[in-house]
Design a protein. Structure first.
Ligand code: FES
Ligand SMILES: [Fe+2]
Length: 359
């Protein structure tokens, strides 16, 4: 694992070696050491009481069968969807139900996961135990954005607190999901290459000419946070700005976009029109699915300034990321260096990754 280590000093550090981006066994190790204890997006729970919604967490990677439930009084749980008897999936489709019933041998659970009945287990010693309930996983939400964690690398408040300290004044509760404006992209590259590219504005003048026109690139900056990083997009005159209150440290700075990376693979882009949540999901060593989920609070500001033309920017990014994947696969590529004034966010992510991956 020594070969994946990154020096803590940005000015001297070398980037991750090419083999970190899809070499043998890397994704399997990431699944165990990173994704199985990370905060990951959940589908929004059902609106109706006594309704269940089965799904897989991080499909194509973790594939953990889970079920969101909303009970009779409106409480939400996210439960393992695997029967504690012999492992059958408990809920197979979304629908209204007062309890979960495994169709294999008839075991029943309430919507909090407690075992209510286990036909045929009369005479079993020491039964039922708490292990016979469905495991409930940790969840957290910011307005309509829901997250869950199978293993708890850190608690939800710790994960979101530095982000919410900056954007908590915004009306997240008012965000409306825009299904038509949401998209899924498949990128032929390792998930970290996609995130590395996201984490630096260094390439904006060379790769994104139209975005460079909306942003004041000379003022673009990155701030490392305990659970990720923030890039601040200062906009040129006349573009929509985020409405910071007078008491906010960013008040008066003409900020048109805040780009948050939340470890490991959540990107939250905050614009005057709303929030683009981008979930960067590995589905193979060198293939990534990126879900852009659009949530809007000011539809009148869509398609203006730094938050406009996201599809074009995405195509420009994918072209360089896919070509970089071909490059880092090359035998003659070893490791690069970080540009100290542009790539502190990339370095911060790599240090976080190596701490979990290597130790
Ligand atoms: S597997 Fe569910 S009751 Fe047997
Ligand atoms: Fe980009």
């Amino acid at each position: 694992m020594e070969r994946f280590k990154v020096n803590k000093r940005l000015a001297i550090a070398e980037t991750l070696p090419g083999s970190a981006y899809g070499g043998p066994g890397v994704l399997e190790r990431e699944i165990e050491r990173i994704f199985s204890s990370a905060w990951l997006p959940l589908p929004a729970p059902p609106n109706e009481c006594e309704t269940v919604l089965p799904f897989e967490l991080l499909p194509g990677c973790l594939n953990e069968p889970l079920v969101m439930t909303r009970d009779a009084v409106g409480d939400v749980r996210c439960l393992s969807n695997v029967c504690t008897h012999r492992g059958m999936l408990v809920a197979c489709e979304t629908g209204s139900m007062k309890r979960l019933r495994c169709i294999y041998h008839g075991r029943r659970f309430d919507l909090h996961g407690h075992l209510e009945a286990a036909p045929g287990f009369e005479g079993a010693d020491n039964f039922p135990r708490t292990e016979d309930d469905l495991t409930s996983i940790s969840v957290g939400s910011i307005g309509p954005l829901w997250f869950g964690n199978l293993g708890l690398d850190c608690d939800f408040q710790e994960w979101v607190s530095s982000v919410m300290a900056i954007v908590g004044f915004l009306p997240f509760e008012e965000l409306i999901f825009d299904a038509e404006g949401s998209q899924t992209y498949t990128v032929e590259a390792n998930w970290k290459l996609y995130i590395d590219n996201y984490l630096e504005g260094f390439h904006i003048p060379t790769v994104h000419k139209s975005l460079a026109a909306a942003l004041d690139v000379s003022d673009y900056r990155v701030e490392n946070l305990p659970q990720g990083s923030l890039q601040v997009g200062v906009v040129s005159h006349g573009q929509p700005e985020l409405p910071f209150p007078d008491s906010h440290p960013m008040h008066g700075q003409s900020i048109g976009a805040l780009y948050f990376h939340m470890f490991p693979n959540t990107l939250m882009n905050v614009y005057p029109w709303g929030v683009s949540m981008n979930h960067v999901n590995p589905i193979a060593d060198q293939r990534t699915q990126v879900h852009f989920h659009k949530y809007v609070w000011r539809p009148d500001l869509l398609d203006q300034g730094a938050g406009a033309g996201l599809d074009r920017v995405e195509m420009e990014d994918e072209a360089v990321v896919e070509a970089t994947q071909k490059g880092v696969r090359g035998r003659l590529y070893k490791r690069g260096r970080y540009a100290p004034s542009h790539e502190a966010g990339v370095h911060h992510f790599h240090l976080w990754w190596t701490e979990r991956f290597c130790d």
